[in-house]
Write a protein that binds this ligand. Structure first.
Ligand code: PEP
Ligand code: MG
Length: 589
């Protein structure tokens, strides 16, 4: 149930590739294969007459990479072991033999710059990996970092070299959210990947953008070639290469089109009542820079979660206070009197520095508030930007990855100190509320204390499920273990919601569960009164809520939370819904 639909990843005898649907809809187009890790790119041959401009592009990318490294070395500050690393990276950028090899890849083998960088860096890294001297051997990590940065400063190769159109199907091993954001403006027809999950940021974005997506298609880069026609069935989780007219007629029929309702954004009221009159507040999760026409919806609903870390995609290193202020202010002005909850940067140390492999397990490492506490200068800039954006508008700071009360105390203290500074400097600002994300299991058990200290809490069910069940949300191989309906998850949600009720403080549910027609009645039954979701889910959830009676939902939630497994819970839920509210099951299609 956590994926939109489930299927075993394999190939059927008729050549249909089977995966897992993570964004509904149907799309047909020409395959565009993307390679690379952090920055993704296309491999293609250039013409001899283009080699001169490709060399120019590479020279420019080197210069930009050097500037970024100097800037990041300054931001992270000396004394934390980072500065020396960045100096090593700069030396690699100036290594003439490395540079010449890349240039000859462009001029002699007519590789596009990204491809040449990647293949030469890989060849050099392999040599380092084979060395016996440990100190020298480990340099391969730095080399790979430099390669990533160069591919990044080359612009990923996506915009510049090959046009992605609304007739393109993106094929990748893993598609990064940043790559999807770059290509989103070109409206690709579909996405097919090997890895990812229902709650991966990439597929949260794909659903928001209405791009059909299938994941769990292993070996897809070997099976599909650039330019081949591909049909992506985001209902069944199937991919057809060179689909026949018969397949197209079947999947492009009026019935399928009718089902693509989620891309419609005509909205209802921000507070929707259950059939027995309980008001449920709906808010919007915002990640993208969208056209004004769509953003005006925020005015009514407010923002339950703004993922500020997306600002990182557009800048090298941390965005400045001014850059942040501009963006936050844009949002608060669009929201007017409605509340805007902005999450402070939820990034890992590797994302902050652009270096790979800094930590063995970044999901359990220095990320979210832990990174902010190690980087107080950057945290203070963000807090100042938030306070300034709150001038005349209700704003909350949402603190990610809180595992301990001291982390929320820290955020609270910095907010108080920066308020005092702005006051002294006579810079206009407004009051901001503060609240913890509840997404680490420990936070569930200190929810009362977190509510006492803050103004609200936001429950991030995506991470909460991942951490409670030790099932990586980005790993398709454990998609079956990622169970939002696990009894431990439901009991955790109940604990937090009851703590909020006792303290009369808001518990906002902002993970993907809050936008799912199947989960929402259960959340309401457990006591949820505020749900924050992608814009694309608002219409469907507004239709679900009036069908539900709180009294019955509460009864159902009590019964299912006592069941021992997610599978049994799902069975009972489906049975109860089909008896009481069959339309909900239809809306979940
Ligand atoms: C969550 O974890 O549920 C959440 C809302 O945050 P994100 O998906 O950005 O981790
Ligand atoms: Mg999270």
């Amino acid at each position: 149930m956590d994926s939109v639909s489930k299927g075993m990843a394999s190939e059927r005898s008729d050549g249909v590739l089977l995966g897992r649907s993570v964004s509904r809809g149907f799309g047909v187009g020409s395959a565009i294969c993307l390679y690379g890790d952090k920055r993704q790119y296309l491999k293609h041959r250039i013409s001899a007459s283009d080699s001169e401009s490709e060399l120019g592009r590479f020279a420019h990318a080197r210069q930009l990479a050097a500037e970024q490294l100097k800037e990041i070395a300054g931001q992270t500050g000396a004394g934390d072991g980072q500065t020396g690393i960045f100096e090593t990276h700069l030396l690699f950028l100036e290594d003439t033999s490395l540079i010449r090899r890349i240039e000859s890849g462009i001029v002699e083998q007519l590789m596009n710059a990204e491809w040449a960088v990647d293949s030469v860096i890989e060849a050099y890294a392999a040599k380092y990996r084979a060395l016996t001297n440990r100190h020298l051997r480990e340099k391969y990590v730095d080399l790979e970092d430099v390669g990533e940065r160069l591919i990044s400063t080359l612009g990923g190769g996506v915009k510049r070299n090959v046009r992605i159109t609304d007739d393109s199907v993106i094929i990748a091993s893993t598609l990064n959210p940043s790559t999807l954001m770059e290509i989103a403006a070109h409206h690709p027809a579909g996405i097919v990947t090997e890895h990812g999950g229902w709650t991966s940021h990439t597929f949260i974005l794909a659903r928001e953008l209405g791009i059909p997506a299938v994941t769990g298609v292993y070996g897809v880069l070997r099976k599909v070639g650039n330019g081949e026609r591909v049909a992506v069935d985001g209902y069944r989780g199937e991919v057809v290469i060179e689909p026949s007219a018969g397949v197209l007629a079947k999947v492009e029929g009026p019935d399928t089109k009718e089902k693509q309702r989620r891309v419609e954004h005509d909205l209802s009221m921000p507070v929707v009542e259950t059939s027995d009159g309980i008001g449920i507040r709906l808010r919007i999760n915002l990640d993208l820079s969208r056209p004004e026409s769509e953003l005006t919806a925020i005015g009514e609903y407010g923002v339950g979660l703004y993922r500020s870390e997306y600002l990182f995609q557009r800048h090298s290193g941390y965005p400045s206070e001014e850059e942040q202020y501009k963006r936050y202010r844009e949002i608060t002005e669009l929201a007017g009197k409605s509340r805007v909850r902005i999450r402070t940067f939820d990034i890992s140390i590797s994302e902050a520095t652009g270096r790979r492999n800094v930590e063995k397990n970044p999901a359990l490492g220095v990320r979210g508030i832990r990174l902010s506490m190690r980087n107080p200068g950057q945290f203070r800039s963000q807090v100042r930007a938030l306070l300034r954006a709150a001038d005349g508008h209700p704003v909350d700071a949402v603190i990610p990855m809180v595992a301990d009360i001291t982390e929320l105390r820290y955020a609270d203290e910095i907010i108080a100190e920066e308020k005092a500074c702005l006051e002294r400097e006579s810079v206009p600002f407004g009051e901001i509320g503060v609240g913890a994300m509840i997404e680490v299991p420990s936070a569930v058990f200190i929810a009362s204390e977190l509510l006492d200290l803050g103004n609200f809490v936001s429950v991030g069910t995506n991470d909460l499920v991942q951490y409670m069940l030790a099932a990586d949300r980005d790993n398709d191989a454990v998609a079956e273990n990622f169970r939002s309906l696990h009894p431990s998850v439901l009991r955790a949600l109940r604990l937090v919601l009851e703590a909020g009720k006792r303290r009369q403080k808001t518990v906002s549910i902002c993970g993907e569960m809050a936008g799912s027609a199947l989960y929402v009645p259960l959340l309401i039954g457990l006591g949820a009164r505020e749900l924050s979701m992608n814009l694309g889910s608002i219409k469907r959830i507004s239709e679900v809520i009036p069908l539900v009676s709180f009294k019955e939902a509460e009864e159902i939630s009590r019964t299912v939370a006592e069941l021992p497994t997610a599978i049994e819970i799902e069975e009972v839920l489906r049975r109860e819904y089909s008896l009481r509210w069959p339309d909900i099951l239809k809306l979940n299609l």
